[in-house]
Design a binder for this molecule. Structure first.
Ligand code: HDE
Length: 687
């Protein structure tokens, strides 16, 4: 058989040389001469069953999909390392926290919860933040979220909340959205969801980037030191770029114009060498103090305010390498909360216990059997020796006659590890009690922290929560469900909240009976109080047409890039635009492929001809109006200000920086603020 020399594919193939010397082969290593034509009897005859290459290629294609994760199906991941700042030997014997000179490899997967694998990144949802540490004493998985609390207190309710949140069973609508009857029906009947609902409806539910969100272990875990002393610990990840969010209108538009917005953002940052970084912080609670804290540590719908127990920053996470293959790494990675190492242990949080079962169990279906820890992405760096040899998809080939313990035929191997040799010993916690299906009274307060969260928000953050609830409940079709959420849930949280949501829905305002706890507000919960000191990796869209002021562009570009930001040049069409100096610059994006919602700020340089042309372009006018409405920084030099005026925008509004002394520095300071919520008349600006 020779390659069909007449075919176009064969001609094209000849254009490529073969520097690698790697030949196409079957899965069994047989070199292949032709992969474009199936084996036939004559050029126009029937295809032969003996064509093993065709059969293998199609068979492999037919089975390319594995079941997607039942939750957190949509995700993106990266490799990196964790490094402790100092030894934590006094708190934990975990090796990952002993030596500050040591880097522990990690693989981190971010995700949304509700949508399927092909859904849009910017849906309103909780984000998963799952970290696999490949430590020298085995894998430790910290499988957390970007929100510090959860919807439910007991894992037995997880199938219920997820069924309620997922598309409704009769018509599979809506995708990746909680704005529908079944979700809010569940919420209205299960008050323990109240606190998490406040977070999910807040700006935390629509992050600007995976690189700009917090992470939380959620449950209370234990740290156990070499002396066997146990303390309670809560884990937090704090992003060095600060915590920033989208606005809801942007999220919805991004879902259409760039459904891969978060995935692309993470990928590109790493490709450009802007490695995302987080600090790991811990809250340590002595066992003796747990009872007087006034917060049930086993209840995952509660957080411990930083004002009560401060954060101690103990190390840094850096993501510096993109996966080589999405499927082999990001899709096949199998996290499990039960993957702990000596020095880290569980508490009796009933949500955590159900998770410890669930994550192991789900992989059997998803990854086709019990050998998933042998897949390269899951394989520990620590050596493994045990007698669990068989099962689907066994990769390694165990040697020897003895696959049982104890044995003499294998010389007794593998041996047990003593404490000195690093053997895992569960913390010998005392437990007594009757077997009952019951929650403790300490789990019964569902509203005080929901109110604490709402009260701790800035005014704009509170408005966003109200608007999100008006949107979500506005999409609910049954009035009795809307009413129940308002009366049974919101009325117990805050008077302003329930009034504004009820009025927005055209419902009677019920009497508010907010439940208050010991703490009135926790300023640390507000995103407004997070650091806003940098424009590193921020993208600034620049609107240009022929005749733009070349010096303006040059100066602003130099200032922005020095501060770590990036300019993206946008014109009516791709190609080039000519500056006032007669030089052409390459256009990065055309108006049809992009929108203001893809940028953190907008810059319009001067140049009479350029600005005159932009004033006639609906897309350019819409671009600045939309950025204004979304409260982003807008910078204009010389004639650039005229574009804003033509769009009906105030050039003296907060965050609008017009030409003048220190333009660059002022513009950068405005971008670092991320949003300027107190903008005049923004509700009247079309967007
Ligand atoms: Fe998960 N969760 N979960 N979850 N979860 C899964 O495991 C589950 C919970 C979280 O990037 C599944 O491998 C139960 C809390 C993340 O691969 C599954 C309960 C938190 C990821 C599962 C919870 C999370 C998952 C689906 C209640 C934050 C994605 C596929 C008891 C602390 C991990 C899989 C990745 C994934 C079960 C509650 C975070 C079905 C039963 C609380 C980040 O096992």
């Amino acid at each position: 058989m020779s390659i069909d020399a007449g075919s176009k594919t064969a001609d094209l193939r000849k254009e490529f040389s073969d520097p690698s010397g790697q030949k196409l082969t079957t899965d069994t290593g047989v070199p292949i001469e032709d992969t474009d034509n199936s084996l036939k009897v004559g050029a126009r005859g029937p295809t032969l069953l003996e064509d093993f290459h065709l059969r293998e290629k199609i068979m492999r294609f037919d089975h390319e999909r594995i079941p997607e994760r039942v939750v957190h199906a949509r995700g993106a991941a990266a490799h990196g390392y964790f490094q402790a700042y100092e030894s934590l030997a006094e708190l934990t014997r975990a090796k990952v926290f002993q030596d500050p000179s040591k880097k522990t490899p990690v693989f981190v997967r971010f995700s949304t919860v509700a949508g399927s694998r092909g859904s849009a990144d910017t849906a309103r949802d909780v984000r998963g933040f799952a970290v696999k540490f490949y430590t020298e004493e085995g894998n430790w998985d910290l499988v957390g979220n970007n929100i510090p609390v959860f919807f439910i207190q007991d894992g037995i309710k997880f199938p219920d909340i997820i069924h309620a949140a997922k598309p409704e069973p009769h018509n599979e609508i809506p995708q990746a959205a909680t704005a529908h009857d079944s979700f809010w029906d569940f919420v209205s009947l299960v008050p323990e969801t109240a606190h998490m609902i406040m977070w999910a409806m807040s700006d935390r539910g629509i992050p600007r980037s995976y690189r700009m969100m917090d992470g939380f272990g959620v449950h209370t875990f234990r740290f156990v030191n070499a002396q066997g002393v146990s303390r309670f610990v809560k884990f937090h990840w704090k992003p060095l770029l600060g915590v920033h969010s989208l606005v809801w209108d942007e999220s919805q538009k991004l879902a259409g114009k760039d459904a891969d917005y978060h995935r692309r953002d993470l990928w590109e940052a790493i490709e450009k060498g802007h490695f995302p970084e987080w600090e790991l912080a811990v809250q340590i609670i002595e066992e003796a103090d747990a009872d007087t804290l006034g917060i049930e540590l086993l209840d995952s719908t509660k957080l411990v305010p930083e004002e009560l127990v401060p954060l101690r920053r103990v190390g840094k996470l850096v993501l510096d390498r993109n996966p080589t293959n999405y499927f082999a790494e990001t899709e096949q990675v199998a996290f499990c909360t039960a993957n702990v190492v000596p020095g880290i242990d569980f508490t009796d949080d009933p949500l955590l216990h159900a998770r410890n079962f669930s994550y192991l169990d789900t992989q059997l279906t998803r990854l086709g059997g019990p050998n998933f820890n042998q897949l390269p992405i899951n394989r520990p760096l620590a050596p493994t020796h045990n007698n669990q040899h068989d099962g689907f998809q066994r990769h390694s080939i165990p040697a020897g006659k003895a696959n049982y313990s104890p044995n003499s035929l294998g010389g007794g191997c593998p041996f047990l590890a003593s404490q000195e040799q690093g053997g895992y010993r569960h913390f010998p916690q005392k437990v007594t009690g009757e077997k009952i299906r019951k929650r403790a009274d300490s789990f019964q307060d569902h509203f005080s922290q929901a109110g604490l969260f709402f009260r701790s928000m800035s005014k704009p953050e509170q408005e966003h929560i109200i608007q999100a609830l008006q949107f979500e409940l506005g999409k609910v079709e049954r009035e009795e469900v809307r009413k129940r959420v308002v009366e049974q849930i919101l009325a117990n949280i805050d008077a302003t909240l329930v009034q504004e949501v009820a009025e927005g829905l055209g419902l009677p305002v019920p009497k508010a009976t907010p439940v208050k706890g010991k703490i009135d507000t926790s300023p640390a919960l507000s995103m407004e109080n997070q650091k806003k000191d940098s424009i590193k990796t921020r993208r600034i869209g620049v609107l240009l047409a022929d005749g733009f002021d070349a010096a303006d562009l040059q100066n602003t570009k130099a200032a922005i890039e020095k501060a770590g930001g990036e300019l993206v040049l946008i014109a009516k069409r791709l190609g080039t635009v000519k500056g006032s100096d007669g030089k052409a610059v390459k256009v990065d994006k055309s108006a049809v492929t992009t929108g203001s919602f893809e940028y953190d700020a907008v810059f319009v340089p001067g140049g009479a001809a350029s600005v005159a042309a932009l004033k006639k372009e609906g897309d350019a006018l819409h671009f600045v109006q939309e950025a204004y409405r979304h409260c982003k920084a807008l910078g204009v030099t010389k004639e650039g200000a005229e574009l804003l005026k033509a769009a009906g925008l105030s050039t003296s509004a907060p965050g609008v920086v017009a030409d003048g002394q220190d333009f660059g520095a002022k513009f950068i300071a405005a971008i670092a603020q991320h949003r300027h919520w107190d903008r005049h008349d923004k509700e009247h600006v079309p967007a």
